[in-house]
Design a binder for this molecule. Structure first.
Ligand code: TRP
Length: 334
């Protein structure tokens, strides 16, 4: 049995890029009976980069509602909020004591901040860097090792964190016995990386996203804003040089892709191509959008789902943590 686990940091509003690149493939994979899936809202990770309480709370609600609205089966999977599992936080400390400081010094996220400070001529290269940012990879290792995940699907930017998780887990195993499975990194190159409105990768840091749950009219407006070249209607267009086409491809069937290629060759107007794209995305999201709204209007349902997920996850985590503590010498007196 494969155990697939991934976390979503709760600092933003879900956008089309998250949907195509992560959420949709994850939910699909979770329907495979041979897969045990863990998906969680990484709200402790959120605190590392976001000190806006309303934003963290709102993002947690939106991301949870998104996964539920898109049909995640919470009976077949583990869907929980990181902060609801105190065992993860406790494990973080056990692992912190097994983590070489030098390993953390090499973390890309930390080094990027130091480099930025140095470039700016700051006297203190660690200016503005919290211990949260510095030891971020230890918390992430605890997320993963807590449930003995075998596969962790992540973006390319996270592969170093996975190496660190294995490193930390192996050191614990070496000192205290074989408790942890070494997780594999899964970076799926087949999954579409969606361009944003300006053509760069769709990402909230570029401010070029199309939010997933825009009302219909606004969704259309956003799609109409996707950058194109200035070819006129009637002039043939190159599908390999079009963000409209790139996004279309991520949603369309093979047949639809071929039809659109023909339309491009025939010189379809950009406005018309965008209209087709809008209709396709809108049709795909319509039903889920209603469910999403229903959940947002009934937050108690979301809370109840997360509480159920936490209870399921803790049924595994609580006895496992007792064994880990036992292994390091934290035991009942006897
Ligand atoms: N750090 C991940 C990100 O920013 C989110 C995350 C937290 C995560 N814990 C995890 C991903 C554990 C995979 C496994 O994308």
């Amino acid at each position: 049995m494969n155990t697939v686990l991934t976390g979503i940091t709760t600092t933003g509003t879900p956008h089309l890029g998250n949907y195509v690149g992560a959420i949709k493939p994850a939910i699909k994979r979770s329907q495979d009976e041979a897969v045990n899936s863990y998906f969680f809202l990484a709200d402790h990770h959120a605190l590392i980069k976001c000190w806006e309480p309303e934003r963290v709370a709102q993002s947690t609600k939106e991301i949870a509602a998104t996964w539920l609205a898109l049909g995640l089966d919470t009976d077949q999977t583990f869907f929980y909020r990181q902060s609801d599992i105190p065992e993860i936080t406790e494990l973080t400390w056990l692992l912190t004591c097994m983590t070489a400081k030098g390993l953390m010094n090499r973390s890309h996220a930390y080094k990027a901040q130091v480099a930025e400070n140095t470039e700016k001529g700051e006297e203190d290269p660690d200016k503005g860097i919290t211990m949260g940012l510095f030891s971020y990879p230890v918390l992430m290792a605890a997320d993963i090792l807590m449930f003995n995940a075998t596969e962790v699907p992540v973006g390319k930017d996270q592969t170093q964190h996975l190496e660190m998780a294995r490193d930390i887990g192996a050191r614990f195993n070496h000192h205290f016995g074989e408790h942890f499975v070494m997780p594999k990194t899964v970076v799926d190159d087949n999954v579409a990386v969606l361009p944003g409105l300006d053509g760069r990768k769709m990402s909230k840091s570029y401010n070029n996203t199309i939010p997933l749950w825009l009302p219909e009219k606004q969704l259309r407006k956003h799609i109409m804003k996707i950058k194109t070249n200035s070819l006129e209607p009637g002039e043939p267009k190159d599908p390999h040089d079009s963000f409209v086409f790139d996004i279309y491809k991520a949603f369309a069937s093979e047949q639809q892709v071929n039809e659109m290629k023909a339309e491009f060759a025939n010189g379809i107007a950009w406005g018309a191509a965008k209209q087709v794209l809008f209709e396709m995305i809108n049709t795909e999201l319509q039903e889920a959008r209603e469910k999403y709204q229903e959940l947002i209007n009934n937050p108690a349902i979301i809370e109840q789902e997360l509480k159920k997920g936490a209870a399921k996850a803790r049924a595994y985590a609580t006895p496992f943590l007792v064994r880990l503590k036992e292994a390091v010498g934290i035991r009942p007196i006897k």
